[in-house]
Design a protein around this ligand. Sequence first.
Ligand code: NDP
Length: 255
Amino acid sequence: MAGHFDLRGKVAIVTGGNGGIGLGMARGLADAGADIVVVGRNEAKSQTAVADLAARGVRAITVRADVSNKDDVAAMIARVTESFGRIDILINNAGTNIRKPPDVVELEEWREVIDTNLTSAFLCSKAAYPVLKANGGGKIINIGSMLSIFGASFAPAYAASKGGIVQYTRACACAWAPDNIQVNAILPGWIDTDLTRAARKQIDGLHDRVLARTPSGRWGNSDDFGGIATFLSSPASDFVTGTAIPVDGGYSIMA
Ligand code: NDP
């Protein structure tokens, strides 16, 4: 069975891989043998993540890029191809949120969230596609949210981006299946990271409401994402494409 999840010799790009859920996924892939490229803007944070990943016995590098910027993304893909000669796995994980009701969100704020969460996945996937295709196949994993499914009064741009990412996943899955590229989405529940630490400060009672609604009785943590990321990156998922898999302790099936 180990062979189904063996990622030795594979090269994985993880956007936002320098912390939170991204680093949890990167650790999972590194433990399965993949070399890792950590993409983010905060180089100090990325260097710390790379040291953690390299200690697992794989090659890990950081490439500084704003994934909402087309030129940065093109340069990032060129740099990875030059350094490793291939790309097998792309995880579009970088994300942000601006919590405001729909009537007060400014256009610049809307654009910032949509560009970071959705346009980034389009830019990275489009730029990586020819490299994956040339390899004979590959894996793309996009990160959605519970707001890919549910509504919430406080995050209109975020919800639009995370709903959009599921449909973008399905579009790419259909288009690129003939190239042996599987494209799937992961929908995290409420996970303890910098992103939600800010939300917990902003939204009264959020911590307890999440606990009460989650059948598993806890918040998720970044280590909860190593296994699913490895599955969706490995030969074990070669006939799985276009899915959106909740990793949420049961949050999305609770009445
Ligand atoms: P974090 O804030 O810990 O991580 C976000 C990461 O994205 C950072 O590493 C950041 O790196 C990177 N990033 C943000 N903007 C850019 C950009 N323009 N260019 C490059 N990198 C960028 O949050 P999480 O780990 O919680 O979030 C990861 C993903 O999971 C996001 O897509 C988020 O929406 C999603 N998610 C999280 C949930 C949760 O409960 N935590 C729930 C559902 C979904 P840097 O600062 O170096 O640029």
